[in-house]
Design a protein around this ligand. Structure first.
Ligand code: GTR
Length: 423
């Protein structure tokens, strides 16, 4: 009996003290630990990657409040005028690339009349965004869902869909856990979504037909030019431009949600665009929420060789020498401060390094503190299935594999309701 408790306690990732096999009390259940069997299985399957905490190298994160020249930042003004712009530039140069400065005209064309969905509680519509430069045009279609009855302005969620397009017909007839519009509507949120590959194809050889080549008039990208993650994040900002024109939507309450590569994108989108109110990273892992210096699960070397179109070539050059990066991903979190950030992990998704995702949020806390906003600062992770919310930051780790599901969404909306002071 005691033995059984002990084994299952390890499996669900609880801290088990040496005498915990018998009579384990609730207060002994603390911080999340990677499930032992999962670690062992992954070590056996993928022996070139690290899944052991004791093999995480000693590392020192760049201090969020030190400028590159070593000068300390001690005031909010110093943060906004010196450190934040410097860090944004470092991320552009070393990780995601610089967006083009070419002027473009953008217009939005509703393609159909709003279709009632969710028993008439909302409407869904496809909007075509047409981006024009000189006499050339590029278009992206996205879906918009608006609650029908609302006594006040509604908040909105832009969902960066990295898997597939979910057109209006599907929204009308089916529910999809990946973008559960009925749940969003139920809780009073508007939502809009586009499929990443419709904007910039998610393939190493997809450049020619995407938005980046369109801006570059077909020329090859400069080494420091934006890569796909940044292009998709730019798309989220263009959806926000449209939301700002809608009478029903409170454009000061717009969040961005993304899963995995979409989560990396969401964080960068919100760092680049100060109008967004909340960034949601669902299992974004390497190049997203997790700390590159931990070298746990997916690495800089692996991600930049398998997905070369996501990052500037310079990022790839840090493979195996991550400690030389002038930034780490906690500074991406810091760029979002004092706005809200929610990071979500899954217990079996060790490839994304849940602990690294959590610790980067914690390591951004000096910036929140400087800006006088509460945030996560406890370096012990919360237990499995117990979301932790601290001021403008939130985190959960749930059971299960790499995916975005209805449970994640419910927690995202709980967090948004707190941030937006909704009941
Ligand atoms: C993985 C990749 C991750 C993550 C994920 C996804 O294979 O290694 O970085 O982005 O795909 O987007 O599903």
């Amino acid at each position: 009996m005691c033995k059984q408790v002990f084994i299952s306690a390890i499996w669900v990732g609880l801290v088990v003290y040496s005498d915990a096999g018998c009579g384990m009390a609730q207060d002994e259940i603390s911080s999340w630990q990677a499930p032992v069997e999962r670690v062992q299985a992954l070590m056996a399957q993928q022996s070139t990657f690290n899944y052991l905490e004791d093999r995480v190298p000693d590392y020192q994160l760049p201090d969020p409040l030190l400028l590159q020249n070593g000068d300390p930042i001690t005031t909010a003004e110093g943060w906004y005028t010196k450190q934040r712009p410097e860090l944004l530039e470092l991320f552009r140069e070393h990780v995601y690339g610089r967006r083009p400065t070419t002027e473009a005209n953008i217009r939005y064309e509703p393609l159909d009349v709003p279709t009632p969905i969710c028993d008439g509680q909302a409407t869904a519509q496809t909007i075509r965004m047409v981006i024009g430069i000189d006499d050339r045009e590029f278009s992206l279609e996205f879906e918009l869902v608006l609650p029908t009855e609302a006594s006040r302005l509604v908040p909105a969620v832009v969902f960066i869909n990295n898997r597939y397009r979910i057109p209006v017909e599907k929204l009308r007839d089916e529910t999809d856990e990946f973008w559960p519009v009925a749940d969003l509507v139920e809780r009073g949120y508007a939502t809009a979504s586009f499929f990443t590959s419709d904007l910039d194809p998610d393939r190493a050889d997809g450049y020619a037909t995407g938005i980046r080549a369109f801006f570059a008039a077909g020329n090859a990208p400069e080494d420091d030019a934006w890569r796909s993650l940044s292009a998709w994040g730019w798309g989220a900002s263009r959806v926000l431009d449209y939301l700002e024109t809608l009478e029903k939507v409170d454009a000061r309450q717009v969040a961005v949600v993304g899963h995995s590569r979409g989560g990396k994108t969401a964080l960068w989108a919100v760092a680049e665009d100060p109008r967004f109110a909340i960034a949601y990273s669902n299992q974004s892992g390497c190049g997203g929420a997790s700390l590159s210096r931990r070298n746990y699960g997916e690495t800089v070397g692996r991600i930049t060789s398998v997905f070369p179109h996501w990052f500037v070539p310079k990022f790839a050059s840090y493979a195996g020498r991550e400690e030389e990066l002038p930034i780490d991903q906690h500074l991406l979190m810091a760029l979002i401060a004092p706005r809200a950030i929610y990071v979500a992990s899954a217990d079996e998704d060790l490839w994304a390094d849940p602990r690294g995702e959590y610790l980067s949020l914690v390591a951004a806390s000096p910036v929140f503190k400087l800006l006088q906003i509460d945030s996560m600062s406890d370096s012990e992770m919360p237990p499995l299935e117990q979301p932790r919310i601290a001021g403008a930051t939130g985190y959960h780790i749930r059971r299960g594999q790499h995916s975005l599901n209805a449970e994640d969404w419910q927690r995202f909306l709980d967090f948004a309701n707190i941030q937006f002071e909704r009941r």
